[in-house]
Design a protein around this ligand. Structure first.
Ligand code: BDR
Ligand code: CA
Length: 314
């Protein structure tokens, strides 16, 4: 019998409605080996994002994966949150019951370092949040750098931003940490808004996932009902882009996302463009590419993967 080749990952999140769906997929898909969930401040304060991660894991019965809370503040800039999109709790909408999962005593940065140092270089980091935990781990223990297989992150945009005209939220919320990550020298796949704005949660998507009728599909619907509402209010989207789960879909099946190598710099000095991912799409700077940047989504394959993975829950 052919064994499924699993990809070992550490998922770094700030749940967050779309982060919650990323957790849902990463914990269940047979091709993903979820080693840990590390949590950072982002969409809401760390206290809230950590509680949300615990609630999601408890609800979905994800009880064998360590969950650790990390950085509560960005490296340099003042804190920004996205309560306009994710609400007061960071995960408004679903009502969760008793928690059965607990946070690790360990700091997420320590857990990242421990897991990477103990590995043989086969762990992929998957940040779907501001890059504070990852940047801090790299600065604190640079020996982890060669141990990182690759970084597949949700963040940035080579076109328009969503927190400013120039910048995407995850990068804007900690541009200095993003700079550390984008200059670390390891392979990076940047899945930005250019791609995630092709992953739209349409009415057809909602109807199809609703028919599954299990706990996970109910959570997906409840999350997306709230998320659709705020995305419509803030951006006027008829169907909201589902950002974070695209990272997991890419790791399940690379043919879902087409990428293009680019040189990416994080704008740290400009006021209006602070946190912009300056992507040299046309290679005009003649600088080496430091990231594969996502450009095109196979939307059918993506939604089939989401659907089939949610179906695996009992
Ligand atoms: C990113 O920002 C957050 O609000 C989402 O969870 C996603 O990671 C999109 O810009
Ligand atoms: Ca996120």
């Amino acid at each position: 019998m052919n064994e499924i080749k699993k990809t070992k990952i550490i998922l770094d999140v700030d749940p967050g409605h779309d982060d919650a769906v990323a957790i849902m997929l990463a914990a269940k898909h047979p091709k993903i080996d979820l080693q840990a969930i590390t949590v950072v401040a982002g969409n809401q304060t760390l206290e809230k994002t950590a509680k949300n991660a615990i609630n999601v894991c408890s609800y979905l019965g994800i009880n064998k994966v360590p969950v650790a809370a990390g950085m509560s503040r960005p490296m340099v800039r003042e804190q920004v949150i996205a309560d306009d999109i994710h609400g007061e709790t960071g995960l408004d909408g679903p009502i969760f019951g008793e928690t059965t999962v607990q946070l690790e005593q360990k700091h997420a940065v320590d857990l990242l370092i421990e897991l990477l140092m103990g590995s043989n270089g086969d762990i992929t980091l998957v940040p779907t949040a501001p890059l504070t935990n990852i940047g801090m781990a790299i600065r604190r223990e640079p020996r982890i750098i060669p141990k990182i297989k690759q970084i597949v992150l949700m963040g940035g945009s080579y076109q328009l931003g969503n927190i400013s005209p120039a910048a995407e939220f995850n990068i804007y919320a900690d541009p200095e940490a993003a700079h550390v990550v984008f200059t670390c020298g390891r392979p990076i796949v940047m899945i930005g808004l250019d791609l995630t704005r092709q992953a739209l949660v349409t009415k057809e998507v909602m109807d199809r996932i609703r028919t599954i009728g299990n706990n996970a599909s109910r959570l997906f619907i409840s999350l997306m009902e709230f998320f659709s509402h705020t995305q419509k209010e803030v951006f006027g989207w008829e169907a909201p882009p589902l950002h974070d789960p695209t990272t997991i879909a890419y790791l399940i099946d690379q043919s879902i996302i087409q990428t293009k190598p680019m040189n990416v710099q994080i704008e740290l000095r400009s006021d209006a463009s602070y946190g912009r991912t300056l992507c040299d799409y046309f290679g005009m700077l003649h600088k080496p590419a430091n990231a594969e940047v996502a450009v095109k989504l196979d939307s059918n394959k993506f939604w089939n993967t989401v659907y089939e993975t949610i179906k695996l829950y009992s």
